[in-house]
Design a protein around this ligand. Structure first.
Ligand code: DGT
Ligand code: CA
Ligand code: CA
Ligand code: ZN
Length: 587
């Protein structure tokens, strides 16, 4: 295990001990140990080998052995034992926001509650409210949090869905009976989260395809097994439908089950206006549509044969609409007028601006990051480590920041790497909207990324004023607004912010807005990018990389940028290094 994984184990041991009502000093020792490991300056393996781990501040004698054991064997008896003796339900309860170990222990001891279901009942029947220090308000808050948690659990991050869907699609396409296959639905539309997967396969022989799915080793439960449609649940909780259609219906089925519902409704209306009826089975003249419905589905034949979705759109006098735009948000009107944007593509990307190194909470050094950027063929790589107020992330004080700037300038001059390194900083926007460094420090950088990391639950007016103040802060260097709402998909709600006001201020001040490419963030949300682009705001798709592979996450942001109608010109990290340097006022 590496230092970070061990820190998580220590953190969890602290919680488990707290659930047991152990001595607070002991608990504190594990928490401090976790903190210390997270911000280690040196390699953990070296510290252990040289028997210097005990000298690290925050790591007591008792922890040295445990950390060493975890490092060497990935295992610790105390941890296994604690997990085994703690009811699973209590661990799940810890995941409810605002419900820490102390409260969990209280309801467990006083009410015998061991699961979220029992906790729900106790909240509803007044037993929880009656406990000292709890009250009706707490009960209502908990019920709300439990409900949110359930909603979240029903959806999955796009990248998690992809990890399952893409290999399955390969296997499906390889079956002898399958002529064509796709994953449709929200997955194909590149939604940030996916409810279920919708596979469509073209074949005249559905039986073996149904068998393949229901027998699949990854399937945990078969919820429906029909002749041409089956549904299953995988062990991750993700569900999938698989529909087999005759080859001549494939394009219509693919379009229909790609959705979205709103897009489909608008498409059907458009077809009707041309005397046509569009369905998952085909495109029929309206007067014959009823007749067609009476025939068995597999016998129906659309009067328009479509080999691809482009044929279908063409039949309705539309330009081809990429799946990620099919949200019923004006894409049909734009396609009709020939005004669909030329969407930014993977190959357009030439660098990125928001990345961390071991100077703050990254896991790779400046040199390792530069080498990776070279391997990716990037023209420039911007470093933006945390600022001093993000002390949990080992944020830099001005001296360390300026030393890093110096190191970056020297590396550029040395010619060791092809990539041009840029010196930035991820500067905290403090609670009142001030920036975490004085202007004279910031003005020595190539650019800054301004982000909120504390007090994220401020009311909308306060949060807005805070972000607007940062946007309007006069500086000589370019500014990028980082992860605007701080949301973590399926885990943490976005901060309340007036997107339109922020977008308008950014347009006025020439501040770039980040599209944070971390699959948990994808912040600012794709629903706002079209407006931002129209108002002249530029986008930086920022991987927010904390290690070398993190740089590759930039494509997760790109997927969502396309969903937000963004063209390459709008995205600053598609610009050439010469254009970027000119824009930054550097050479
Ligand atoms: P999800 O699974 O919640 O992430 O979202 P989708 O869009 O994948 O929704 P899903 O799986 O229920 O259905 C896939 C597509 O099938 C949907 O985007 C449009 C189409 N569809 C499903 N049910 C209906 C319906 O009742 N009416 C219409 N017009 N289309 C539907
Ligand atoms: Ca779906
Ligand atoms: Ca579905
Ligand atoms: Zn950040």
């Amino acid at each position: 295990m590496d230092a970070r994984a061990i820190a998580e184990v220590l953190e969890e041991i602290g919680q488990l001990l707290e659930l047991k009502g152990e001595n607070p000093f002991k608990i504190r020792a594990y928490q401090n140990g976790a903190r210390a490991l997270e911000s280690l300056d040196e390699d953990l393996g070296t510290l252990i080998a040289e028997e210097r781990l005990g000298e690290v501040k925050g790591i007591g004698k008792a922890l040295v052995d445990k950390i060493t054991k975890l490092y060497q064997t990935d295992q610790l008896d105390l941890y296994d034992q604690l997990r085994a003796e703690t009811p699973q339900g209590l661990l799940l309860m810890l995941e409810i926001p605002g419900f820490g170990p102390k409260k969990v222990r209280k309801v467990h001891e006083a009410l015998g509650v061991t699961s979220i279901e029992e906790l729900t009942v106790a909240c509803e029947d007044g037993r929880l409210a009656a406990l000292p220090g709890m009250g009706e308000k707490t009960a209502q808050k908990l019920l709300k949090a439990i409900e949110m948690r359930e909603q979240y659990n029903q959806r999955h991050l796009w990248v998690d869905a992809a990890a399952l869907a893409l290999p399955l699609l390969e296997q499906l396409r390889a079956l002898p009976a399958v002529q064509r296959a796709e994953v449709a639905g929200s997955f194909r539309r590149k939604m940030e989260t996916v409810g279920d997967l919708d596979f469509i396969a073209a074949s005249d022989e559905p039986a073996p395809i149904m068998e393949w799915l229901v027998q699949h080793p990854e399937v945990a439960e078969v919820t429906a097994h029909g002749e041409t449609k089956s549904s299953v649940r995988f062990s991750t909780g993700l569900q999938a439908d698989l529909r087999v259609v005759p080859p001549h219906q494939f394009v219509f089925a693919l379009h229909h089950f790609t959705g979205s519902k709103d897009h489909n409704v608008a498409m059907r209306q458009r077809a009707l206006a041309q005397g046509l009826s569009l369905s998952e089975w085909g495109l029929f003249p309206t007067d014959e549509a009823e007749k067609a419905q009476e025939l068995a589905p597999r016998a129906r034949k659309s009067v328009i044969a479509a080999q691809s979705e482009a044929d279908l759109f063409e039949a309705l006098k539309l330009a081809h609409i990429p799946p990620e735009l099919r949200e019923g948000r004006g894409e049909i009107e734009a396609a009709e007028r020939g005004e669909l944007p030329r969407l930014v593509q993977d190959a357009d990307l030439r660098g990125a601006f928001h990345n961390h190194t071991t100077a703050s909470d990254g896991r790779a050094t400046l040199e390792e990051m530069a080498a990776k950027a070279d391997a990716l063929g990037w023209e420039y790589l911007g470093l933006a480590d945390h600022s001093k107020s993000s002390w949990q992330a080992h944020g830099l004080e001005p001296e360390r920041l300026l030393a890093q700037v110096e190191a970056i300038r020297e590396l550029n001059a040395s010619g060791r790497f092809k990539v041009r390194l840029l010196a930035g900083s991820e500067v905290d926007i403090l609670t009142d909207g001030a920036l975490d460094f004085p202007d004279e420090v910031l003005n020595q950088l190539d650019y800054i990324v301004m982000s909120v990391h504390q007090a994220m639950t401020q009311d909308e007016a306060t949060y807005n004023a805070r972000v607007l103040r940062a946007i309007r802060h006069p500086l000589q260097v370019r500014k990028i607004l980082g992860h605007m709402t701080g949301r973590l998909l399926l885990r943490r709600e976005p901060s309340r912010v007036d997107h339109l006001k922020v977008i308008e201020a950014a347009a006025e001040e020439g501040v770039v807005i980040e599209l944070n490419a971390n699959p948990w963030r994808l912040d600012m949300d794709w629903r706002w990018w079209r407006t931002a682009q129209e108002k002249g705001v530029r986008c930086a798709i920022n991987p927010d990389a904390h290690n070398t592979e993190g740089l590759e996450h930039v494509v997760d942001g790109l997927r969502v940028a396309r969903k937000g109608w963004l063209r390459a010109e709008t995205v600053v990290n598609t610009w050439s290094v010469a254009d970027v340097l000119a824009w930054l006022g550097r050479s």
